[in-house]
Design a binder for this molecule. Structure first.
Ligand code: CP
Length: 311
């Protein structure tokens, strides 16, 4: 299996088979004590991660940093393009050529959909997509699956309700396709203008699924095993007036959770900007902070696999 991953780009969740994802998740489980700092590792000592963030990030950037550091490797890069020669007009292709000469693997977040695929073309080192515009966020999907698997054991047949900005929310694009691959039942809840794009719906239907679509969370929440909440992606709206029309459409609070299943888990890729009331944080349903931590062991597993450090 190691040979399958070594040198592999991680651009889209579609690049992975179910067996490959399961392999990553199994390895991530073994990484948890190292991710928590309870055990030490020098597995990736001598390796360098190039971390290029053209858009803001807290979880993805810092959990990749933590993952590489916990495995004994080093990190270089930038957390905003204004501090790099990008500000002088350097192209993505040239930046990638440079950083691939200075590092062994590159993690890239970029506002343009398709940027990670383009970067992979110009890099002779593996490219890991840390989010490309409204495109994909495959490592987020893997940590989401890891979190669901920990809570629910088997993903086959579980009812996952995904709510919020399904048009611009890249985490949802990767996750919905992966959940379909694992046999979960999907319900998409969004205002009509922000429903899941046809391209993703078709991909899910091609796997034999018939996802439900609704604008009302009240209608569907009672049957949910997993509620996956997303932020309305203000920064991706071409027209601020359109954002204002849908901002604040859904808010998860204790009142909404009155009749839900006892073992419902609530997830969110974060950051949240009002979709989940803080009073929900102390309920047993809240899984989003654990989900964010899971980024560390999952990204440790991926880094060690693409760098050939693990079988
Ligand atoms: N989930 C996620 O991508 O968060 P950040 O934008 O903070 O990296």
């Amino acid at each position: 299996m190691s040979a399958d991953f070594k040198g592999m780009d991680v651009v889209s969740i579609r690049d992975f088979s179910r067996e490959q994802i399961e392999h990553v998740l199994k390895l991530a489980d073994k990484m948890v004590p190292i991710a928590k700092g309870d055990e030490r590792s020098v597995l990736l000592e001598g390796h360098v991660l190039g971390s290029l963030f053209y858009e803001p990030s807290t979880r993805t950037r810092l959990s990749f940093d933590a993952a590489m550091t916990r495995l004994g490797g080093r990190v270089l890069g930038f957390d905003q393009p204004t501090g790099a020669s990008v500000a002088k007009g350097e192209t993505l292709a040239d930046t990638i050529r440079m950083v691939s000469a200075y590092s062994d693997v590159i993690v890239l977040r970029h506002p343009q959909e398709g940027a990670a695929r383009l970067a992979a073309h110009f890099s002779d080192k593996p490219i890991i997509n840390a989010g490309d515009g409204a495109g994909q966020h495959p490592t987020q999907t893997m940590l989401d699956l890891f979190t669901i698997q920990k809570a629910k054991k088997d993903l086959e047949g579980i009812n996952v309700v995904i709510v919020g900005d399904l048009k611009y929310g890249r985490t949802v694009h990767s996750l919905s396709e992966a959940l379909a691959m694992f046999g979960a039942e999907l319900t998409f809840v969004a205002p009509p203008t922000l429903q899941i794009p046809k391209e993703h719906l078709k991909q899910i239907e091609s796997m034999g699924h018939k996802p439900r679509q609704s604008a009302s969370l009240h209608e569907v929440i009672k049957d949910a095993d997993v509620l996956y909440v997303t932020r309305i992606q203000k920064e991706r709206f071409p027209d601020p007036a359109e954002y204002k029309k849908v901002a604040g459409t859904y808010r998860i609070d204790l009142e909404l959770l009155k009749d839900v299943k006892k073992d419902l888990i609530i997830m969110h890729p974060l950051p949240r900007v009002g979709e989940i009331s803080p009073e929900v944080d102390s309920t047993p349903h809240a899984k989003y902070f654990e989900q964010a931590f899971n980024g560390v062991p999952v990204r440790m597993a991926l880094l060690s696999l693409v760098l050939g450090g693990h079988r």
